[in-house]
Write a protein that binds this ligand. Structure first.
Ligand code: C2E
Ligand code: CA
Ligand code: CA
Length: 651
């Protein structure tokens, strides 16, 4: 019976281990494929903590250890045997292949100890041995004494014991009639059966609990907790299946990559709970628009993918995507907030555009980026031309990284003039790239890429330092330089070291300190976490002026602005370009000039190209202008010469 219990209990543990191994192998497939140690360790970690495994380890295709989680025992440096299970008296061990799309890309090693199993069985064996010895003794003594009278009940008892030990039939009980000693023996035996039956029921209960845990783990591994949609792991399992069906039935599937527009602003300004609530609603709307067979997943963050099966033509995919965008971009109410978010979508077709699933996802992603670049809240269908554009961006990014190291960036300085007297009252520093092969490149070609890749942070630091050095050089030539404006991007302000870096640049060039303005855009002020008011005030206290660039193209709330220490507003050149003659632009320029005056802010009017524009602006009360009519951006020496000329006695 003990042997039976051992094999029964061990077999049930082995089966559970197999089941866990298969589910876990699916869960770690993506990290193993990517060689991503951190996610692999994380997945193994929560798995181990939710089960009673002793050691879990993942290996790559070359059988090298990628990640392991264990207690006192450590994992072997490579899978110790080929896939399958191995049992010794200390533990149950299993090596399971990790597969992605049917290909073995790594291995998983799991180890489960037997310590508690052994303790239970040892107790059982001891009980049975004691009982048997007692039975033999009693038979001898009692039989000798009482002979045939008690032989029958004893042999009945032995028959029941044999039967119970042969089959797992724990409900059987021995009869308790006969002489007192025999009845007592039968009672003891029956009591033992009662205990065993209770233990078996408990074990059964534990097994069911374990199955429930496994189901829960499976859910965690395959579904996103915020939206309840399928997650990335599930998506990577599902895509090959959908592709297989498409191949068999000779139809296309459309992969749609969706990314919410400016979701970060919602998260930053209203907090993560509102962000999460929004994602949940987005998930619900997505699921609402799609047909039964379509698959929708949250890849992570604000990115979603949809697999549309059975697509007859591109037209039908576009129809669904248009509906999706329309539905997702109507108002959401969350608590007291009423929110609008746009969504940009990229579409790629399988197998028409590619039969490679990794490429398919990349194509849809590239197309989505294109939709964003083209103005957001729209879709874009992948074309091969987009790949070359994406490659081009990547090349620029790499060349930029090298260019920053080799100091290939320099500044030009565009004067800002008093519209009435013509005197230079300021400069704006504008970056240029002296590319070793392509010549001088304007910022329009690389600032976006620098911002998206984060390269704007080291580049911006160089720009600030160069601007301060140039100002100091003008000073040292006796030019009494006016304020010099430097453009900064949101990414730079996100850096914890921004204020310190600024102070270092200002103090590194001697006294008097450079008079620097920083130009930022309105949208930055709207996200509380990016530009904290205290940071603006701290730098303002150190003599930095804050200037609002491209005013009129964004939110444009002057009352809102009064909360920040903004000293200057720059009216965007798009309005000036339509002057005079365009009623709308005229009204905006007039309103900004009037209100800014009331708030004590200076106004710089950008992009003045004609005398007519300048005269018109002066008539409206404009005071400071910047534009090709006066000067194009100049080299540092040219700017210095102008300043020195202005300082001469004639001025
Ligand atoms: P922005 O800050 O609005 O800069 C003004 C742009 O308008 C400059 O172009 C300038 O050369 C151009 N401009 C000046 N006067 C006229 C005019 O009369 N007519 C016309 N059509 N254009 C005029 P640039 O130098 O190509 O800079 C483009 C943008 O690149 C800047 O726009 C700014 O957003 C960004 N940028 C430039 N330098 C930096 C920098 O150092 N850091 C960062 N983060 N961004 C920069
Ligand atoms: Ca600017
Ligand atoms: Ca501007």
């Amino acid at each position: 019976m003990a042997t039976f219990a051992f094999f029964y209990l061990r077999a049930s543990q082995a089966e559970s281990l197999h089941l866990q191994a298969r589910t876990l192998a699916e869960a770690v497939a993506t990290p193993v494929a990517n060689g991503d140690r951190e996610s692999a360790t994380e997945t193994l970690g929560w798995w181990k903590s939710a089960t009673d495994l002793q050691v879990v380890a993942a290996y790559d295709q070359e059988r090298r250890l990628l990640a392991t989680v264990g207690g006192s025992t450590t994992a072997p440096s490579s899978p110790p045997f080929s896939p399958g299970a191995e049992v010794d008296f200390g533990a149950l061990r299993l090596v399971e292949p990790v597969r992605l799309q049917g290909v073995t890309i790594g291995f998983l090693y799991l180890e489960m100890g037997f310590a508690s199993l052994y303790r239970n069985i040892a107790a059982l064996i001891a009980a049975i041995a004691a009982l048997t010895a007692l039975a033999v003794l009693v038979i001898r003594v009692v039989l000798g004494r009482a002979g045939e009278r008690i032989a029958q009940p004893i042999s009945d008892l032995v028959a029941v014991a044999t039967e119970v030990s042969r089959h797992p039939e724990l409900t059987k009980r021995a009869g308790t009639e006969g002489p007192r000693e025999v009845a007592e023996l039968a009672h003891t035996f029956n009591n033992m059966l009662d205990t065993l039956q209770r233990e078996a029921a408990k074990l059964d209960c534990e097994l069911r609990e374990r199955q429930r845990t496994e189901a829960l783990l499976d859910r965690l591994a395959h579904y996103d907790s915020v939206t309840g949609l399928a997650n990335r792991v599930h998506f990577h399992n599902e895509l090959p299946r959908a592709a297989e069906r498409a191949r068999r039935q000779r139809h296309n599937i459309a992969l749609v990559y969706l990314d919410l527009d400016d979701f970060k602003v919602v998260n930053d300004t209203l907090g993560h709970h509102v962000g999460d609530a929004l994602l949940k609603l987005v998930g619900e709307r997505l699921a609402g628009v799609l047909r039964k067979g379509d698959f929708v997943c949250r890849l992570g963050g604000d990115e979603f993918t949809v697999i549309l099966e059975n697509i007859q033509s591109l037209h039908s995919a576009v129809e669904v995507v248009t509906k999706l965008i329309e539905r997702l971009s109507s108002t959401y109410s969350i608590g007291e907030h009423s929110l609008h978010v746009g969504v940009s979508a990229g579409i790629a077709l399988f197998p028409e555009q590619t039969e490679d699933l990794a490429d398919l996802l990349r194509y849809a992603d590239i197309a989505m980026y294109q939709a964003k670049a083209a103005g957001k809240n729209d879709y874009c269908i992948y074309t091969s031309d987009l790949t070359s554009r994406a490659n081009f961006r990547l090349a620029i990014e790499n060349e930029m990284r090298r260019g920053i190291e080799r100091d290939e960036f320099f500044l030009k300085y565009q004067p800002q003039v008093d519209l009435v007297t013509g005197r230079i009252v300021g400069f704006e520093a504008l970056v240029r790239w002296q590319h070793p092969e392509r010549g001088v490149i304007a910022p329009g070609y690389f600032i976006d890429i620098a911002e998206q890749s984060g390269l704007i942070v080291p580049l911006g630091k160089q720009i600030v330092a160069k601007a301060c050095r140039e100002w100091a050089r003008w000073r040292d030539h006796g030019a009494d330089p006016p304020r010099l404006a430097v453009n900064v991007s949101g990414r730079q302000l996100d850096e914890a070291s921004f204020v310190d870096d600024m102070m270092v640049a200002l103090t590194a060039v001697g006294r008097p300190r450079p008079k620097i303005d920083l130009e930022i855009t309105e949208t930055l002020l709207l996200s509380d976490t990016r530009v904290s008011r205290s940071m603006l005030h701290r730098l303002a206290g150190a003599g930095i002026g804050w200037s609002l660039d491209d005013f009129g193209t964004g939110y444009s709330s002057l009352t809102y602005l009064s909360k920040f220490p903004i000293s200057k507003i720059k009216i965007d050149q798009s309005f000036v370009a339509r002057l005079p003659g365009d009623g709308n632009s005229e009204a905006i320029v007039r309103a900004v000039l009037g209100m800014a005056g009331g708030l004590g802010m200076e106004v710089v009017i950008e992009g003045i190209e004609t005398r007519e524009q300048a005269d018109y602006l002066v008539a409206m009360g404009g005071r400071i202008g910047q534009g090709y009519l006066f000067h194009r951006p100049l080299a540092g020496d040219q700017a210095l010469a102008l300043l020195l000329g202005q300082a001469s006695p004639a001025a």
